[in-house]
Design a protein around this ligand. Sequence first.
Ligand SMILES: Nc1nc2c(ncn2[C@@H]2O[C@H](COP(=O)(O)OP(=O)(O)O)[C@@H](O)[C@H]2O)c(=O)[nH]1
Ligand SMILES: [Mg+2]
Length: 334
Amino acid sequence: MKPVFIDEADIVVESGSGGGGSVHFHRARFLPKGGPDGGDGGRGGDVVVYARENLADLSNYLHKKSFKAEAGAPGGANKQHGKDGADLRLAVPVGTQVFEAETMELLADLDTPGAEVTVAVGGKGGKGNVHYKNPVRQAPRIAQKGLPGKRIHLRLIYKVLADVGVIGLPNAGKSLFLSRISSAKPKVAAYPYTTITPQLGVYMPSETDTPLTFVEIPGVASGKENRFLKHGERVKVLLILLELSEEKSLKVLLDELRIVLSTVEAYGGNLAEKRKILGLNKVDLLGTRDDLPSLQEELERETGLKPFSLSARTGEGLEVLLKVIVGFCRLKES
Ligand SMILES: Nc1nc2c(ncn2[C@@H]2O[C@H](COP(=O)(O)OP(=O)(O)O)[C@@H](O)[C@H]2O)c(=O)[nH]1
Ligand SMILES: [Mg+2]
């Protein structure tokens, strides 16, 4: 079985503690009472979260949940500075947001390859006794402890980076559409909820154009919030697919569309403000097309969205629809 797609993870990270300062006195053959020479402790390692390309999801954090950076080494004799602890670097897919879990404060949106955030700074090393010598205290037997590392509870949320979100009720034909326009092979089936994870497909408009990434947002059915909608947050355009059938009335189509739209609205954020395109899929199932234009007109009048008919099965209407989508994606953000 294909591993599940992990788009959220809760982890606890801790930066390294600082090494302790050293208490030490200089020893030399003819210098029995040498002064203090204990060196400082090293700094503890930081915890850094960074975006790495080619990571499919957050499954690295499915089992291991607790991470700790290296501690700084203690200071040594001869004013020797302890070695700093190594930073701990945690890779996440590009598009991951890093939150402090308790407050859900956004610490960073790692939406470009290589973007990084230091979530916990390592503890400072303690000062060695070499710093504590003064006129009244010639032989200090004290040194500073290293500062402890910082512990922080993180929530990682991966939101895929795609240009177009394909959304619609189960069975609308989202997966077939995606497999038709890209080399993605999502499961297509005649029963609902086949797609339980967001599927990505890359569409190549032409040799010279830049490719567009489509993501199928599965599981929209009830008008209620849905955990996959977050994958629509970064898209430029939402393609809403409805399925036509011989028997379906305008009223049924409108009801279906309202369910999708209210789901999008209920999610909040910027999702509802995305540019939307309405696709009426499975046009091949209609015996006659006589009623189609008036149906499209009425849908447009009711919703303000211009409907495009298509068939993910036969490919009819795809070219026109894709042109519109490409155009919408290239429009400047308004
Ligand atoms: N006749 C016809 N069937 C379609 C079309 N698009 C999808 N289907 C069928 O509808 C069913 C659901 O398709 P799927 O892509 O899994 O829908 P999803 O749930 O929206 O991803 C499958 O049996 C598809 O073969 C189409 O344009 N015409
Ligand atoms: Mg599907």
